[in-house]
Design a binder for this molecule. Structure first.
Ligand SMILES: *Cc1c(COP(=O)(O)O)cnc(C)c1O
Length: 405
């Protein structure tokens, strides 16, 4: 999955360019920066590599989601539909603009079930946020149709699926806006960082100002800029952008290795009767950062996890169902709407109502799902050894716990 595994001279060179001038900020200082504009360059490279008209870098993927929603005008009184299986950033960002996160069930794509989305739409719904989890994608045709029909924004969280595509288009560039995260464990990293991608010029101007205290960036210098609206500071630094600039050139190299390693491991798991895989709406577009697989029952899955732990092969395998970060079952802070600063009482009660719904359909999927992170450093030998150990554990458990007919 992560680009940090292949740290190289290229990253060091890009960072060093910035260290030489000492201009660590992305705006201003036109003279002393000696023509070095890493953030601008990275934005251009993102547009070119992933196929969008505009890109706005941010300080994180979470900030990118917040920025996109603010720029789309999503806020007080609005509802945003997102999946019950996602990284906590999804609901954090929705709450940060004052909107209600409406969590809905996933299907075997491991993200939004289009049927569940339809049922959750109310007159307050403003946007649908599919989260392309673990390298692969949502059923985009169905979601696009729903958003068109109901006049809703489609905001793609592609933070975990950099380089993935759907019917030839890059994930994150299909909806009204889309985001990547460049945090340390993502397919390409800036150490910390993110981006909003879009094709609408006016939307981009809003993102640009919002991430830099509302500056319009039209003044002769920063002091002369106007502030057409209130913004915040979600800027990326030149040091972070420099890392990303080296990584984006290597992203094809990362994806090639990732796909190869994914294929080898998946083939081994596919030999086991009883193992099945997530539904991938466009298989050629899978970025392959994880292989996500299912076992027949929750009991079997839980026993396999236990056995993998005992055998020392659990690291890198994620049983999200019992993970504190990615699935509704463990988000007590959201269920109790525990915040440091007071939420508006209406928002608080709606957050609690949404988070305490039942998610039996998602439970039935997530309790049987394990995702194995694909490393870029594995040798073929290591994959074979890893796969054999996993297969052995799975077969042992399946023998001990036969599936009742
Ligand atoms: C990593 C991630 C984010 C947020 O990214 P940060 O850069 O860590 O803030 C958002 N959504 C998903 C699905 C992620 O995996």
């Amino acid at each position: 999955m992560p680009g940090f595994e292949l740290w190289s001279d290229k990253e060091r060179k890009e960072v060093n360019d910035v260290l030489e001038t000492g201009i660590l900020m992305r705006y201003g200082f036109d003279g002393p920066r000696k023509g070095i504009w890493k953030s601008k360059e990275l934005e251009e490279a993102i547009c070119k590599r992933f196929g969008c008209e505009y890109a706005q870098l941010t300080s994180s993927g979470t900030a990118a989601l917040t920025t996109a929603m603010s720029a789309l005008g999503i806020g007080y009184g609005d509802e945003v539909i997102c999946p019950a299986f996602t990284f906590v950033a999804s609901f954090e960002a929705i709450l940060s603009v004052g909107a209600v996160p409406v969590l809905v069930d996933i299907d075997e794509t491991l993200t939004l079930s289009p049927e569940a989305v339809k049922k959750a739409i109310t007159p307050k719904t403003k946007a649908v946020m599919p989260v392309h989890m673990c390298g692969s994608m949502a059923d985009m045709d169905a979601l696009i149709a729903i958003c068109k029909d109901r006049n809703l924004y489609l905001l793609e969280d592609a933070c975990q699926s950099i380089g993935g595509t759907y019917k030839g288009k890059h994930l994150g560039t299909i909806g009204d806006a889309g985001t990547f995260s460049f945090d340390f464990v993502k397919t390409m990293t800036c150490a910390e960082g993110g981006v909003v991608m879009m094709n609408d010029k006016a939307l981009h101007e809003k993102c640009d100002g919002y991430t830099d205290h509302g500056h319009d960036h039209n003044g002769a210098d920063r002091g002369a800029d106007l502030h057409p609206f209130i913004g915040y500071n979600y800027r990326i630094s030149e040091l972070h952008a420099a890392v990303g600039l080296a990584q984006i050139i290597r992203v094809d190299e990362f994806l090639t290795i990732q796909k190869k390693n994914h294929g080898l491991l998946k083939n081994m798991l596919a030999q086991v009767t009883g193992v099945s895989f997530r539904h991938v709406p466009d298989p050629v577009g899978d970025s392959c950062s994880f292989v996500s697989w299912f076992l027949p029952t929750k009991e079997i899955t839980s026993a396999v996890v236990k056995e993998m732990k005992a055998e020392g092969i659990l690291p890198g395998n994620f049983y999200w169902y019992e993970n504190n970060w990615h699935y509704i079952s463990k988000w007590d802070h959201l269920k109790n709407a525990t915040t440091l600063n007071a939420l508006h009482p209406d928002l608080k009660s709606k957050v609690m109502e949404q988070a305490n719904k039942n998610f039996v359909a998602s439970d039935a999927i997530m309790s049987r799902c394990i995702s194995t992170a694909i490393s870029l450093l594995w040798t073929e030998e290591q994959i074979k050894e890893k796969g054999e150990k996993m297969v052995k554990v799975i077969q042992k458990v399946l023998k001990e716990l036969p599936v009742a007919n």
